[in-house]
Design a protein around this ligand. Structure first.
Ligand code: AMP
Ligand code: TRP
Length: 334
């Protein structure tokens, strides 16, 4: 079933496996939104080449990311599931968006500052700098009403809204101004070894990868950093490690987090960690199994990708043509 409101989101094919934060903060919501919205989800491979990458790995990880979205429950009949680089309009609208973005405005993006400071600004590419502008193009091409993402994407969505409004003011109404759809409870799953920062694919020691072996998942959750107290209580400010485990367990078992916390009253951290590990493995085991099945038929994955990208392209081409026209670019007659 499709409603009239459109949602769009994307995920990078940077690692072999999604981490728990990707699933709880984003993909899980994508699955439920496809029932109520006209949903567009993509693998953003052009964003992955903003840092140095290995072509063999990128190709394999793109297929694997696509299989993981299907295994997570995205239905390619209900949602349009596609590959960003297969729709050339993304790069084309990206250029237009670069031309209306201020240099200072782009310089204020905190993810760029974080990522570029890791390797030194001299090593950061111009593509990494303009990454959020391509993301704006991704969203505006589809006239998306809502963008389901984790908390770390809030600033990029603010930029997207600003660019849409600016273009509409300068050249006439062209783009829908999208709203961020950030579900507070799971918007920021924390690193298990350092619960002051978010879980990320690029910090593998503190991340749970859904395609990890069950024993690896269990070990990581059981050795999660908590605090020196013993009381299980949901208190994200003072007890981030414990609260993170409670969030994970409550989400996988479909319960209220305060209620879960009450269940562990007087039982200590060991029981909480063990049960959280069990709940995650219960999801991850069958998930990995479905991914393996899907991966065993790459021809079918390629077919689904191409069909999804062809569907996406119809909308993208319409928006790009309108944008070019609004700008005064002369259309070819061939
Ligand atoms: P990425 O792997 O950076 O492409 O992220 C894909 C999606 O997962 C985005 O919507 C992110 O906001 C979301 N995400 C990534 N890490 C986390 C996290 N630790 N907690 C919640 N959401 C996350
Ligand atoms: N920057 C996003 C991330 O790292 C990925 C992304 C690219 C995206 N284009 C998008 C998310 C469009 C939502 C909409 O998670």
């Amino acid at each position: 079933m499709s409603g009239t409101e459109r949602v769009l989101s994307g995920i990078q094919p940077t690692a072999g496996s999604f981490q728990l934060g990707n699933y709880l903060g984003a993909v899980r919501h994508w699955v439920s939104l496809q029932d109520t919205h006209d949903a567009f989800y993509m693998i953003v491979d052009l964003h992955s080449i903003t840092v140095e990458q290995d072509p063999v790995e990128l190709r394999a990880n793109t297929l694997l990311a696509y299989a993981q979205l299907l295994a997570a429950g995205i239905d390619s009949d209900r949602a349009t599931l596609f590959i960003q680089s297969q729709v050339p309009e993304h790069a084309q609208l990206g250029w237009v968006m670069q031309c209306i973005t201020g240099f200072g405005e782009a310089s204020r993006m905190t993810q760029f500052k974080d990522k570029s400071s890791r390797g030194g600004t001299d090593h950061a590419s111009v593509g990494l700098f303009t990454y959020p502008i391509l993301q704006a193009a991704d969203i505006l091409l589809y006239q998306a009403d809502g963008v389901p993402v984790g908390e770390d994407q809030r600033q990029h969505l603010e930029l997207t809204r600003d660019l849409a409004q600016r273009f509409n003011t300068r050249y006439g109404k062209t783009f829908t101004v999208p709203k961020p759809l950030i579900v507070k409870d799971t918007a920021k799953i924390l690193d298990l070894q350092d619960p002051t920062s978010k879980m990320s694919k690029s910090l593998p020691t503190g991340a749970v990868f859904l395609l990890d072996e069950p024993r690896v998942i269990t070990k990581k959750l059981k050795s999660a950093v908590t605090d020196s107290e013993t009381e299980v209580r949901f208190d994200p400010v003072n007890k981030p490690g414990v609260s993170n485990l409670l969030t994970i367990l409550a989400t996988f078992t479909d319960r209220d987090v305060e209620q879960v916390a009450a269940d562990y009253d007087g039982r200590g951290y060991g029981a909480l960690k063990g049960d959280t590990a069990e709940a995650v493995v219960e999801f991850a085991g069958p998930f990995a199994e479905r991914v393996r099945e899907l991966e065993s038929d790459p021809a079918e994955l390629h077919r689904l990708m191409s069909a999804g990208s062809a569907k996406a392209r119809v909308i993208a081409a319409q928006t790009l043509a309108l944008t070019y026209d609004q700008l005064g670019l002369v259309a070819a007659e061939f």
